[in-house]
Design a protein. Structure first.
Length: 359
């Protein structure tokens, strides 16, 4: 397996091709007594090694840290001895021949085996990363990752819940899921994916487009976007239109992020396995972050400093069957969820029930 390396004076990061392969390597190294810790982008950020607009390339699920010095030497040498090859990641400036005494190769031009699918979309370059295409695919929708993406918590915060879910984790800290849990969650996510696809196929494009036009006309000053570069650093509302699926997504952002960057975050973000289902498999809406850049076929945007106040009113202009939003809009949705519970604010999909078999 080819493993990529990035390093700073305080850490050495190993990048596996996939989250599943990273989990396997973590287990092998840990079981053999080598030091392996979770990866975070802070050090790379501190040393300005992450190119602008590529922060979402850093996927902790497929990266782990083997520290520095003797610990890094031992772990990296163990990987080499197991038959893996070490290659410098493209972010590494002026890569040396060795790191901590272990040889690391420089990938020659034309030898990158990863997807190089790219395009110019709404005036900006988009590129496939992490083994994904520029369009959503069932084949890569629910890739298994055993590492929890949920916030850390401890048993004393909720002993009853902790004990109830303990069977789903391999470790005492509830950070690594069992293989059985991952297989079951993947099956549920793919079943939900199929329900959503059947729902999209049942929708009429003419009805969808009519609903979209009514929503657009309800917002004075909203325009269709052809060049996202003009929306860099612009606060406002936006509608992402996915015509193939007869779906739309309404979002809002401030000027610190801006409409261009926020939409790029949707295009390059991914939902880990433990966040694909929102609510339950029979009602969960596929996240906008599971779709890829070329799935978005039209964009409408409105420049306004009151974007979050206008997000939910615009969202409510659409019939729910045409929407990908998983929660209501506005800044107060998180506070509301904390008061009434997440289950009370989740937007759910009402899927058509299959016809009963005739006797």
């Amino acid at each position: 397996m080819e493993l990529e390396i990035t390093t700073t004076p305080r850490e050495t990061l190993v990048w596996a091709p996939s989250a599943e392969q990273a989990d396997q390597l973590r287990r092998e190294l840990t079981d053999a007594g080598f030091l392996v810790v979770a990866a975070a982008p802070w050090e790379l950020d501190q040393h300005k090694l992450i190119p602008e607009d590529e922060h979402l390339e850093f996927d902790p699920a497929r990266i782990f840290n083997v520290e520095i010095g003797a610990e890094a030497n031992a772990a990296l040498q163990a990987l080499v001895n197991s038959g893996h090859s070490l290659v410098w990641h493209r972010w590494q400036p002026r890569p040396p021949r060795k790191i901590w005494g272990v040889a690391v190769s420089i990938r020659r031009a034309g030898t990158n085996t990863r997807s190089t699918e790219s395009a110019i979309h709404f005036g900006i370059p988009v590129r496939a990363t992490r083994g994904l295409s520029l369009r959503m695919s069932r084949d890569t929708y629910a890739r298994i990752s055993k590492r929890s993406s949920l916030s850390r918590w401890t048993r004393d915060m909720d002993p009853e819940l902790w004990d109830r879910v303990d069977q789903f984790y391999e470790d005492a800290e509830h950070r690594i899921y069992t293989d059985a849990w991952c297989v079951e969650m993947q099956a549920q996510a793919l079943a939900n994916f199929d329900l959503n696809m059947s729902h999209f196929a049942s929708l009429d494009h003419g009805e969808f487009d009519a609903a979209l036009q009514r929503a657009v006309k309800s917002q004075r000053g909203i325009v269709e976007v052809t060049d996202l570069r003009k929306w860099d650093g612009v606060a406002g509302l936006y509608i992402m239109v996915l015509d193939e699926y007869r779906q739309a997504y309404v979002g809002a952002t401030n000027e610190t992020t801006g409409i261009l960057k926020r939409i790029k975050q949707h295009w390059t973000g991914t939902k880990p396995l433990d966040r694909l289902i929102w609510g339950d498999p029979q009602t969960s809406i596929i996240s906008i972050d599971s779709f890829r850049a070329l799935d978005t076929t039209r964009i409408f945007a409105l420049k306004t400093a009151r974007s979050f106040a206008g997000e939910n009113p615009l969202l409510e202009q659409f019939p729910p069957e045409f929407m990908l939003n998983r929660v209501p809009g506005g800044r107060d949705v998180t506070k509301l969820a904390a008061i009434v519970g997440v289950d009370k604010v989740i937007r759910r999909r009402e899927f058509s029930q299959p016809d009963a078999p005739t006797s």
